[in-house]
Write a protein that binds this ligand. Structure first.
Ligand SMILES: [Zn+2]
Length: 355
């Protein structure tokens, strides 16, 4: 909101904050707020590690994908230890809960760091310890975790991630629920991961795949046809009007594959001149296709899930009732059991802010 926000704008933002919400697409390393960056820098200093210049971390208008990945490099340089991963996840969960998010699926690529002794396994353990600490402190949010396959990595790395996810799905008390495919969409052909992704599905893991972040119709269609895609991340270039294809649209529509829509992230990364051009309009408004508003990582894109709902009302004229319905229906697409979904639905009914 600008400084010229009207009283009506402020009331709408207040409504969006009080609306119970579901976050299904948030990379932990994209959720690092200003205050958490400061804490991470202090953590590094306390260990006597060299200071890092983090001034370029904060996003300005319309960053390119390349600049975005540069920002992730700064985060990766800060997040090199189990202590930093714990701190990052803990702060992220608390900040989401404060924003009215009542269920969140975080995602992250397990990383090893020889210098600090962090392994992929201790990385996941640190994230899970933060989830548990928030539970113990009764932070008002249910948190699940997807382990991410970085498409820049090898098939062997991906197989390793699926193996870890399968093991943690059994040992994490239901916190690890699936696998994500992400990373720079301009790098590599994601079709090499099809056998590994099929193995993940066969092991009972849910799959959320970043698809069509750039026009890449052959890759997109083959993944959709060969893998059980439970949700699509972004899907900016699926439909023909933006360079996708009718065959892709037919596939997505016939499977009713939900699309995780991240308006601010897409606006910054794809330099959409107007949010009116966002594919949410094509999919959700024109074709009533299931779309879930998400942030992709609130901090790096200078947004919050509340603000994403605000943008839906501001740009597409959605009513408060429609915002509530979108939030409520997002529960259907969470990678969790029906008991948890029912508990969330009851909660939504109780918490329904005045519409
Ligand atoms: Zn993403």
């Amino acid at each position: 909101m600008s400084e010229m926000a009207t009283a009506e704008d402020l009331k709408l933002m207040q409504f969006c904050r009080s609306l119970p919400k579901i976050e299904l697409h948030a990379h932990i390393n994209a959720c690092i707020s200003t205050s958490t960056v400061r804490k991470l820098v202090r953590l590094k200093e306390a260990k006597g590690e060299p200071c890092l210049d983090v001034s370029k971390y904060f996003v300005t208008e319309h960053i390119t994908l390349d600049e975005l990945f540069q920002k992730f490099k700064i985060i990766h340089a800060l997040n090199t230890s189990v202590e930093s991963m714990f701190l990052t996840t803990y702060e992220t969960i608390r900040e989401m809960a404060a924003d009215g998010v009542r269920y969140a699926e975080l995602r992250s690529t397990p990383r090893a760091d020889a210098a600090t002794g962090m392994t992929k396994r201790s990385y996941v353990d640190a994230v899970l310890a933060a989830v548990r600490k928030c539970e113990q402190e009764n932070v008002d949010i249910v948190v699940k975790l997807l382990l991410s396959i970085d498409r820049r990595g090898s098939v062997a790395d991906a197989a390793d991630t699926v193996r870890l996810a399968t093991q943690y799905a059994a040992s994490s008390g239901g916190v690890v629920v699936g696998v994500d495919l992400s990373g720079d969409p301009a790098v590599n052909d994601a079709r090499v991961f099809i056998p590994v992704l099929r193995e993940a599905s066969a092991a009972g893991l849910k799959l959320s795949l970043h698809l069509a972040e750039v026009v890449n119709n052959e890759e997109t269609l083959e993944l959709l046809r060969c893998v059980r895609v439970d949700r699509i991340g972004h899907g900016v270039f699926l439909h023909p009007e933006v360079g996708g294809s009718q065959a892709i649209v037919d596939c997505v529509r016939s499977n009713r594959t939900p699309i995780e829509c991240c308006l601010s992230s897409n606006e910054k990364c794809y330099s959409l001149p107007h949010l009116q051009d966002h594919h949410f309009v094509y999919w959700h408004i024109e074709n009533k296709h299931p779309c879930i508003p998400c942030t992709d990582g609130g901090a790096i894109f200078e947004t919050s899930l509340s603000r994403e709902y605000y943008l839906l009302a501001e740009h597409y004229g959605l009513t408060r009732r429609q915002l509530y319905d979108i939030s409520l229906r997002s529960i259907d697409h969470a990678f969790t059991d029906e008991t948890t979904r029912d508990a969330l639905r009851r909660r939504w009914q109780l918490e329904a802010p005045s519409l």
